[in-house]
Write a protein that binds this ligand. Structure first.
Ligand SMILES: *Cc1c(COP(=O)(O)O)cnc(C)c1O
Length: 438
């Protein structure tokens, strides 16, 4: 057994060395109880991560530090309930996420509505639901919100999304902070100042400050320092040029998590404390009052609180080429390898004591050659039909990106606490899959 593959403290091995334990639970037993594919989530780990962010933001910025959960990472009713219980704010990106949060009784005044293309229907719905802040991507959207707020007879609070021109050194598909991006208005091109002027001229909205998000799966803490430098300078420039004093500055999410043991562990608390010290001194240097500061992590709240279990079906050995281990899920529950070749650690749930002497591609059951979960995985050569495999770190962007391709039902989400395991999202049935067909 290679300990270095137990990426997070919630992973361990049974005393006989055979079974992978997650949040103290026997993963093989859970696979038997709930069936596979199966998403597991460690509720205490989620709460612990939330508390770390909240404490760090408070210790770094006092009452002016706020933590929001970017709920697109994993979005279902139970998670919004946990956010409500923990006093965490949320980001939402669609009417569907707003609806789900409402069903969980989430106080929508503590929500921020993102997206680069909110439809009029989204805007009406969000205003009706009392979403606290819109994070406005572009001028057309700004005019639409102003118009709809006027119809509704209220003034809508909002932030403007700015592109600071920072390269976060991550996958292109999840880098968002460069000038050439579908998100936000760039400082460099003058569009950020222009949209600030426009926002200040409109009557039915209140500009509360700025937002940026430079990317996801970011490991380099300098990225946040550079982002804060650019954004604080912009806040100071707008104060000088337009007399606008930003009350809020949201620096986005993006802290990286470990999918494989070669990736570093980030000390979130330490990072935020350093960011706080830097921002305070930078604001002083610029002669501005530091706005309230928020961070909106998604992945780093839920990723390592999640794990996916599969049952092995076919094992195909092609002499001189490759071995294929097929599992009963695939790109329908994990699209990330197909999207950008994301790395994963895959462990044999019931054979942790065996030597991993077979190299294989772990593939799904979809009719698509790109339906691969991971290549070059080392597994025991005894792995065969009926064995359980666990893919680690699947709490973020897995269930929320799941699809019904090939009319495969979505896997359930089972939550684990020290007292009990319970279903938070049930498995889709065959009826669920065809429920919309007329
Ligand atoms: C996706 C996203 C986040 C969260 O990113 P993570 O990498 O999951 O922390 C935060 N803010 C915005 C605007 C996003 O689009």
């Amino acid at each position: 057994m290679e300990n270095r593959d137990l990426l997070c403290e919630n992973l361990s091995v049974s005393s006989d060395g055979k079974t992978l334990l997650f949040a103290g639970y026997d993963t093989n037993a859970l696979a038997k109880k709930y069936g596979t594919p199966l998403y597991l989530m460690d509720e205490m780990r989620i709460r612990e991560r939330i508390r770390t962010y909240k404490k760090a933001l408070f210790d770094a910025f006092g009452d002016k530090g706020h933590a929001l959960y970017a709920s697109k990472a994993a979005s279902f009713k139970r998670l919004y309930e946990i956010m409500r219980e923990e006093g965490m704010g949320i980001d939402v990106v669609s009417s569907g996420e707003i609806y789900t949060a409402m069903k969980a009784g989430f106080p929508m005044a503590h929500s921020y509505f993102h997206s680069n293309n909110k439809t009029d229907e989204d805007i009406y719905y969000a205003i009706e639901c009392g979403v606290g802040y819109f994070v406005v991507d572009n001028a057309e959207e700004l005019f639409a919100i102003d118009r709809i707020a006027e119809e509704k007879g209220l003034v809508q609070n909002l932030l403007l999304r700015i592109t600071p021109g920072i390269d976060p050194h991550t996958y292109a598909a999840i880098a968002t902070g460069k000038v050439d991006s579908k998100f936000g208005s760039a400082i460099e091109t003058g569009q950020a100042e222009e949209i600030t002027r426009t926002a200040l001229s409109l009557k039915n909205i209140k500009l509360c400050g700025y937002h940026c998000h430079v990317g996801s799966q970011v490991f380099d803490s300098d990225v946040y320092i550079s982002t804060a430098t650019v954004m604080l300078k912009f806040v100071a420039d707008m104060q000088e040029a337009l007399g606008f004093k930003a009350e809020q500055l949201d620096l986005g999410g993006g802290y990286g998590v470990r999918y494989i043991c070669e990736q570093p562990k980030i000390d979130i608390y330490e990072n935020i404390m350093q960011l706080g010290a830097f921002m305070k001194s930078e604001a002083k240097r610029l002669g501005i009052e530091l706005p309230s500061v928020s961070l909106e992590p998604g992945r780093s709240i839920v990723a390592d609180a999640g794990l996916t279990l599969y049952t092995v079906g076919t094992v195909k050995r092609i002499p001189e080429y490759k071995n294929y281990v097929s599992v009963d899920g695939g790109m329908t529950d994990n699209i990330r390898f197909a999207l950008y070749g994301a790395p994963y650690t895959i462990l044999p749930s019931g054979k942790m004591d065996e030597k991993r002497d077979m190299k294989a591609s772990v593939v799904g059951r979809c009719c698509e050659s790109g339906d691969i979960i991971q290549e070059n995985v080392m597994l025991p050569s005894s792995v065969g039909r009926g064995d359980i495999l666990a893919t680690l770190t699947t709490g973020a962007y897995h269930y929320s990106m799941a699809s019904n391709y090939n009319r495969i039902g979505k896997a359930p989400v089972v939550m684990l606490t020290p007292d009990k395991d319970y279903v938070a999202v049930r498995r889709q049935t065959l009826e669920d899959i065809s429920a919309q067909d007329e």
